[in-house]
Design a protein around this ligand. Structure first.
Ligand SMILES: CC(C)(COP(=O)(O)OP(=O)(O)OC[C@H]1O[C@@H](n2cnc3c(N)ncnc32)[C@H](O)[C@@H]1OP(=O)(O)O)[C@@H](O)C(=O)NCCC(=O)NCCS
Length: 226
């Protein structure tokens, strides 16, 4: 798929009703191995362990581990009151012990494509065990169950599904990964996302460099693929 400049269009769709449920009213969700719950300020030290693993931060736009606990606290604050109504990012914990091993969810109500975006990171000791996939599937279920409202938003037209007009669209969740982040691409595909775009862009970790990025979309409430 060739890279091209985005063209923005205004479309009618649905989105989770705003304000989003506040952290204090979000019920924890459990899966086979995970407890997915709202983030709290006390998560900062566990999040710091995650965000100081160089392997975890290598693909993050920041491109380096957090310098100190204060930096991690600043990264946590967009997901705590009073910002919780705008985001839907969760603590990913082991069900058995409650230990926080990752963070993930909607950190941006309008991503670079205009749609809500999902992101996630898992502590390296837990990679390769299906944890991220288990989380993304559960999170999508949580997201799709939120009350809906009609919305009119500006989106990148390249996200539109084939055979849909440019006036309305089924609601999407989007994500993007670096071309060499095969693990993340695999997670998205296993969770039902469809790859729809590859493009060149400035590397957020070093804007002097160009990187290839891969865009993914998920039709809320309906799987494109298994
Ligand atoms: C990406 C990340 C979340 C994956 O977490 P995880 O719990 O290991 O993911 P899962 O085990 O659910 O799935 C990973 C899949 O990728 C595959 N995979 C891993 N490394 C791979 C590689 N180098 N090449 C091809 N496939 C790879 C695994 O085999 C697995 O697929 P499978 O189940 O079909 O075998 C984790 O590596 C991470 O936190 N990375 C740093 C942060 C990050 O990159 N976040 C995403 C930003 S877009």
């Amino acid at each position: 798929m060739a890279a091209s400049k985005p063209k923005w269009v205004t479309i009618k769709t649905t989105l989770p009703e705003r304000p989003l449920p506040l952290n204090s009213s979000r019920s924890p969700v459990t899966t086979d191995r995970l407890l997915i719950r709202a983030l709290v300020a006390e998560d900062a030290p566990s999040l710091h362990i995650l965000r100081t693993q160089p392997e975890v931060m290598a693909n993050n736009p920041q491109g380096r581990p957090d310098k100190d606990l204060e930096e991690t606290q600043r990264k946590l604050s967009p997901f705590l009151p009073p910002n919780d109504e705008k985001t839907y990012n969760c603590a990913i914990c082991l069900k058995e012990t409650g230990e926080l091993i990752g963070i993930g969810g909607c950190h941006q109500p309008a991503s670079l494509f205009g749609w809500p975006a999902i992101g996630y990171m898992i502590r390296k000791e837990f990679w390769g065990q299906g944890v991220a996939t288990e989380f993304v599937k559960a999170w999508l279920d949580m997201w799709c169950k939120l009350p809906r409202a009609e919305a009119e938003i500006e989106i990148d037209r390249r996200t539109l599904l084939p055979d849909e007009g440019e006036e309305s669209s089924p609601e999407l969740v989007t994500s993007f990964t670096l071309v060499d982040n095969l693990a993340s691409q695999r997670v998205l595909e296993k969770a039902g996302f469809e790859r729809f775009l590859a493009w060149e862009d400035a590397d957020l970790r070093n804007p002097d460099l160009q990187v290839t990025l891969i865009g993914y979309r998920y039709v809320s409430g309906r799987r494109l693929r298994n």
